[in-house]
Design a protein around this ligand. Sequence first.
Ligand code: CO
Length: 361
Amino acid sequence: MPDVQPLLEELSNAYGPSGFEGPVRAIVRRELTPLADAIETDGLGSLIARLGPADGHPRVMLTAHMDELGLMVRRITDEGYVKFQPLGGWLDQAIVNQRWMVLTHAGPVLGVTGIKTVHVMTPKAREKLFERDDLFLDVGAHDKRDAEERLGIRPGDAIVPDSRFAPLAGGELYLGKAWDDRVGVAVMIEVMRELRAGAPGPATTFAVATVQEEIGLRGAETSAYAVEPDLGINLESGVAGDYPGITPDEAQERLGHGPGLFLHDSSMLPNLLLRDFVIDVAGDLDIPLQFNVLTGYGQDGAAMQRSRRGAPTVNIVVPTRYLHSHTGVIARSDVEQAIRLVAEIVRRMDEGTLAALRDFS
Ligand code: CO
């Protein structure tokens, strides 16, 4: 298996909030072009790479979403501050006092979400949470006209976290933004590389990098219609529960203990036989597998599962700390194990196996 770090680093650093996935799509296209038999995009912008004959069966669909959480310029105040619309599920407190890039037609513009200084606050005010309607971005403009004309900022411009990739703990762990879901995108690309390099198996595999997941699984809906999958495997960032203040009842995965399999989230239940198939394959390969039963969370597998007449689907994840913030943490070994696991699941998927998974008699 090639070193996963360079691709993870490039994907994490790339700018791609929901609806503005272009730079990420360019990386995915570059990586998958030599590995796939055909590549197309659907009308919403998801990239669909096919490995195997167009009319082949089973049709296995892998999904990973390209978009990350961001903001969008709503308006510029007379004083030159930027007011914004959040894109995706932000905790308001995670937005405050961070660095951001406004993606303008003239290039990226750095800014900071300012925080009112404690020096002027009454003891009571210090206990208050920041509310999103009060938040703003300071781009250093003199006034509105300066922000518009010199810096090139316009309503509708995307705003993305400014947070660079770095290895942690000597390279065992990776720190960066947008692991949700660039780690899934990286796993999907490397699975296609494994399939292309070895025996790809009898299935026709579609690697689909979706758009607009964070605002309602929108890209998965249209791309699943296009692909007509017999079976779906969504690749996501999981929810690690291994840091202070989070309990095992909230999330059960731990970093460095292998890929995760979701058994429940608020958007989807896995197909039970496919769930057991994944467990069996992990056992055969001696890959440790973790489970997660979450109360919240939504993911693209839900759209695949409910496409057309329904498809057996699972969500396989790389455990991730601090999702939906400027900086998350993942473990290299979990990424590598997820790639091995998913490649083997795809390799073993033939017509008979699929028929058994889809049998509800
Ligand atoms: Co996600």
